[in-house]
Design a protein around this ligand. Sequence first.
Ligand SMILES: [Zn+2]
Length: 336
Amino acid sequence: MKNSCSKLRRGRLLVGVLTTTCLLLLPALRAAAWGFFGHRLLNRLAVYTLPPELIGFYKANIDYLTVNATRPDSRRVVVPDEAPKHFLDVDRYGPDALATLPHKYADAVARYGEDSLLCHGIVPWNVALMKGQLTAAFRAQDADRILRLSADLGHYVADACVPLHTTRNYNGQLTGQRGIHGLWESRLPELLSADYDLFTGPAPHLDDAPEAIWAAVARSHAAVDSVLLFERELTKAFPEDRKYGYEQRGNATVRTYSREFSRAYHARLNGQVERQLRYAARLIGAFWYTCWIDAGQPDMSKLPAQPSAPEQLRLAQEARQAAAAAPAVNVPGHEE
Ligand SMILES: [Zn+2]
């Protein structure tokens, strides 16, 4: 089942590559939810939701948390089972999926089999698992692990807040809207986030962290219809040469959604991307804070203020591996 899923995804990948590179270069190269820009912004914003006892440690490491916010996406090219951790195709499980999908991973495995789950994504189960790991790292007062898990957990929580990460039609490929993934999660924040109000206030303690991430998935999934519908409606009003434009990115000229179309989409969505960014930043902070509380509120001032030398070496090595393995195209699992 897993193999057939991988083959299916790889087949989809090839078709996707051929069509998307012709049609729309930039979003085709973006597999990351929120794009690199958005993930980095979110981990950074989340630091400012933390209480005084925690914010010192996180602020001292804000560059680490920012830079490493995208590491899970880089890992997709070297770690075979990384991809499913970033999404959940809710609509693979029928119209009542959110009411019927078991929230305990063991129960879900018993019902669907692990291969099938991995095929359709496991983001909420993975976040729940990592919540336990980060709590354990706080309990052990292991600064390296706290940092590593915080950066990663921030990424996956952010992914769960992207509507198109909760549907099999993740890039509009089933409805003739290929490229919409990058439009929503990369193009709009990169273009407009300077105007967004992203202040969220303090992160709350999550009394039931697993349920909080399932609620985030449900909220994201509820937005899928409008994400697709508004793009479809606007497309009718925009001739092709006004919908797309060319922009300089480094040395390359890329074809992407025009500024005019992007702004019109933002207006039609009535600030949805801004709201989701705010929601995600607060939820990331809430997960970090909850892990710390549930670990018994260890004194963070006693921990080393920076990642250790071995950890920095390990990170550099991981980055080298990812760079060496980085394909020219995307990898299986919401690959476009
Ligand atoms: Zn991701």
